[in-house]
Design a protein around this ligand. Structure first.
Ligand code: 6CS
Ligand code: FE
Length: 299
């Protein structure tokens, strides 16, 4: 596939624009980019990612690093104060939901993100140098953790952060076992190839609400049903140390955790250096650096 040439301000993926009747757009970019980067993924794994828009890598991280990550995330989770900025709580309650930018504040997590198993795999798929667009620890405590409704991350990163192209991915490190009962990540295989435009218009400082519960950038339910009737839903289960890679435009979500068992995961979003952010397409001021990095420091 050849890239359609654009100027950086041209909006290839309009969404939440005035008078828009939300429809489906075709993806304009490859999923796996041509690459000279050495990396840990086999041709078969790259082909799977290309077709389905995700890849589940069991036992990807060694036990010692997985244990260390668990210790650090427990420590950060129990000492952090919810402030609605870097540390986000569940709506209306004093329960932690996410800590943003742990790679910038914690040495162990910082080192982990640079490892070939994570950054190396991202370079291999994106065919470019990469930097961290966003990182976060997502906490889904037993009995308390709430859902993440269906969404494409790219829709938000494009509209609210000014990410021009689909050349980014999420890398999820499982800290606890993710099993059917504790609100594992669900994904619609193949959904990365279509872009569901969303209705409504982004309010200012939308991130303060959206990181607790998303109300804009939410796809139309009839379209979601059609998408899932076509492609089905895949549930990503795995033990601690499993790593899931998924495309920035893959439709995904997760249910609340009413089981007694916590489900904490580390998310690291790698973006291609050539896909650096421009001004947000919604016309509002950019979200803060700890949610969408504009420092573009390659790893
Ligand atoms: O707004 C964001 O960037 C975030 N929101 C969701 C629901 N997923 C990705 C990302 O962390
Ligand atoms: Fe997401």
């Amino acid at each position: 596939m050849t890239l359609v040439e654009t100027t950086s301000r041209e909006d290839l993926y309009p969404s939440r624009t005035p008078h828009l009747v939300p429809g489906w757009l075709r993806r304009q970019e490859p999923t796996v980019y041509p690459s000279d980067f050495e990396g840990p993924l086999s041709d078969g794994q790259l082909a799977f990612y290309d077709i389905h828009g995700f890849l589940c890598l069991e036992d990807w991280l060694d036990d010692a690093s997985t244990e260390e990550l668990k210790r650090e995330s427990d420590r950060l989770g129990s000492s952090a104060q919810i402030d609605g900025e870097r540390v986000v709580g569940e709506p209306d309650r004093n329960v932690i939901r996410s800590i943003f930018e742990p790679h910038a504040t914690n040495q162990i997590i910082n080192k982990l993100t640079k490892r070939p198993e994570l950054a190396g795999a991202a370079r291999q798929i994106l065919g470019d140098e990469v930097y961290i667009h966003q990182s976060r620890l997502n906490f889904k405590p037993g009995f308390e953790g709430k859902a993440f409704d269906w969404h494409s991350d790219f829709e938000t990163w494009h509209v609210e952060d000014g990410m021009p192209r689909m050349r980014a991915l999420s890398c999820v490190v499982l800290i606890h076992e993710n099993f059917i009962h504790n609100g594992p990540l669900m994904i619609v295989p193949g959904s990365h190839r279509v872009y569901l435009q969303c209705g409504g218009q982004t309010p200012e400082n939308h991130y303060r609400q959206s990181l607790q519960k998303q109300q804009y950038g939410v796809p139309d339910r009839t379209q979601l049903k059609e998408l899932m009737s076509q492609h089905g839903i895949h549930t990503m289960l795995g033990k601690p140390g499993t790593v899931i890679l998924f495309d920035c435009n893959a439709m995904h979500g997760s249910a609340g955790n009413i089981s007694p068992f916590p489900r904490n995961n580390l998310f690291v979003v790698f973006n291609a250096a050539s896909n650096a952010l421009v001004a947000p397409y919604c016309g509002l001021k950019p979200r803060p650096e700890h949610i969408a990095s504009r420092s573009f420091q390659t790893l």
